[in-house]
Design a protein around this ligand. Sequence first.
Ligand code: SF4
Length: 369
Amino acid sequence: MTPTDLPERKAYLLHQKAEHQRNVLGVFPAVYPREILWSLNILPVEIWDPPVPIGRSAAHVPPNICDVARRGLELILQGHCGDLDGFLFPHTCDSIQNVASIVNDYLGTGKPSFFFHLPRESESRAARAFYRLQLESLSSALRKHFHRSLDTGMLVESLQWGQRIDAAIRTLYELRGQDRLDVSNSRFYSVLRAGEYLHPSDHLPCLAQLIETTGSAKPPKTPVVLSGVLPSPPAFLSLLDELDLRVAADDLLNCSRRLQVPDGPAGNPYEALTDRYFRLPVCPTRNSTLAQRVNRLLSLVGSTRAAGVIFYVVPFCDPELFDLPPLVAELKKQGVRTLVVEAGLNRQLSGQVAVRVEAFAEMIGSGAA
Ligand code: SF4
């Protein structure tokens, strides 16, 4: 397996089941303790933007639900989840909560649903205790359903996998920020996102190989910061590549906002996982303040010398949209050029979106104010 030869998702999960006797859980966005699943020989397969046509979900959800939640529901309604052994719903936002309730209470999929509730306040003793309790109850529910026993050694090994993956991704971001990674936006994110379904023993070698593709991009591309939910649709990344815009850093829920900072000294695995959660980068789905978000974006712009910030926002994504107007206003006040694109995850980009991104690329490329 190499960064240019990633396996197709369905074939991969079938192979994992047959070869390693792994159970496979379909995991909805965004943050969940992947290490607990790995330690129980369960492969998480994340459901963010499946390329399914939109149709049946209209009978179950209102038109003003985000494209991420709608596509996940479509995937189930259209019968593409037959090989999964269940679903995991982290409590990320109201949209995911609605889908969780529809799938668990009404659809009769015959598959178990597991839930992972997240504390709504930043770190405090009560929030830490709540999070730790959620870890333990998820582990217990999975063990009971899949007839696994607690294996502390495997949990410790899984934590190490998680650390190594995050360390490799941090290195990749650093190289990318310094324009030393000779790969397109499309390739970079396809390898990062392969972690949504690859087992760490397969994802780690791909990340390591990508780190080796250092060189200096010729000619240098204009660096930008990408903010929003996920680096999708693929046509958007291809457009950035065509316009010679390099995503030098991102503030994406699906990518760097899930990247954990290095661990402190090893201790109890549940405590280590709790620490990791509370040290994640700021995110509106975790009630970060506007000031924290502005600071993070300014820091990403400063450290990568980005020429601007592009917000690619999924329509009806309330957590992102509530922050957006004051965030953009504050960045502009600080002299940062911004572009807001609100568009779905369709495979094709609209002409209007393409023209707006082209105009932005021209503006920041020419240095115009
Ligand atoms: S965070 Fe936004 S895009 Fe993601 S599921 Fe929730 S509402 Fe949808």
